[in-house]
Design a protein around this ligand. Structure first.
Ligand SMILES: CC(C)(COP(=O)(O)OP(=O)(O)OC[C@H]1O[C@@H](n2cnc3c(N)ncnc32)[C@H](O)[C@@H]1OP(=O)(O)O)[C@@H](O)C(=O)NCCC(=O)NCCS
Length: 249
């Protein structure tokens, strides 16, 4: 098994981005996360192939992928750990790409392990690859707004409380946060509004399979936080918290 970044070849980039995301992406409702369109797979492969990595099995097939994007952290008004988390990082990276501003920070947006190869410790390998690649391509700072999929079992607990839970050995109780901390990451802040999805209730009903016929917050499948429903306005809004982790910096 080895890792490489996607600048190695078009075939590697294609295989890496063909790898299915699997469960953990928040159910169908992530289809309504509009800002993801800015960092579509073809765009990332074309624009920043050297900033994403693939973990390749001995037969050359891609078993895991890690994605980072670059932005400049030194621009006035840019917090080191913005409350807008994932969305803020995508917006800054897009602004800087359009404006031609030189980046100094990498933000990891995603690690995905092929569903057939999960539970084999590959997520840690993908993360180590991202850390090493960041250094190899000349970045001294790597941060990530982490989405712990298992938080969906506990949607009513504030993320700060959830992320602070530890086991007897001091590592986070949540398995995905644990992978990051074990790799050398440090939990720095909560990003309370990392992913925001607003849509009409009919679409929310399709995504969740729930009747959504009462006002107020409701837990939804795959949601790390509740969905806020307004029946009279016919809309629902979901505000997802993530956890800022610093890997290099
Ligand atoms: C989350 C994900 C990356 C984990 O990858 P993985 O290679 O299967 O995980 P690993 O085998 O490295 O296991 C890491 C830890 O999580 C635990 N774990 C993995 N899958 C788990 C599950 N479904 N339920 C509970 N624990 C799980 C492992 O036991 C391990 O814990 P440990 O510290 O006790 O050893 C993978 O499930 C995935 O790609 N999911 C879809 C994409 C996603 O949600 N990515 C994360 C947000 S970007």
């Amino acid at each position: 098994m080895r890792w490489t970044n996607l600048a190695e070849s078009e075939a590697v980039a294609e295989a890496a981005f063909a790898l299915p995301y699997g469960k953990g992406g928040g159910g169908g409702f992530m289809a309504g996360h509009l800002i993801t369109k800015l960092v579509s797979r073809p765009r990332l492969a074309r624009r920043w192939p050297e900033l994403s990595v693939a973990v390749l099995d001995d037969d050359g097939s891609c078993v895991a992928r890690g994605v980072t994007i670059p932005y400049a952290s030194t621009v006035e008004g840019r917090d080191p750990y913005p409350e807008g988390g994932w969305e803020q990082a995508v917006l800054w990276a897009s602004e800087d790409a359009l404006d031609g501003r030189a980046p100094d920070t990498l933000c990891a947006l995603e690690i995905a392990v092929h569903p057939d190869h999960q539970r084999r410790g590959l997520s840690g390998r993908a993360l180590q690859a991202l850390r090493q690649n960041a250094e190899d391509v000349g970045f001294g700072r790597l941060i990530t707004p982490v989405r712990p999929p298992q938080k969906a079992d506990d949607p009513w607990t504030p993320m700060a409380e959830y992320a602070s839970r530890t086991r007897d050995d001091g590592l986070p109780s949540d398995p995905w946060l644990r992978v990051h901390v074990r790799a050398g990451g440090r939990i720095r802040a909560i990003a309370p509004c990392s992913a925001t999805i607003a849509a009409g209730l009919d679409r929310w009903r399709t995504w969740t399979g729930l009747p959504l016929d009462a006002d107020g917050p409701v837990a939804i499948p795959g949601g790390l936080a509740p969905l806020f429903v307004s029946v009279s306005l016919g809309v629902g809004s979901y505000v997802e918290p993530n956890v800022w982790i610093e890997h290099l910096g």
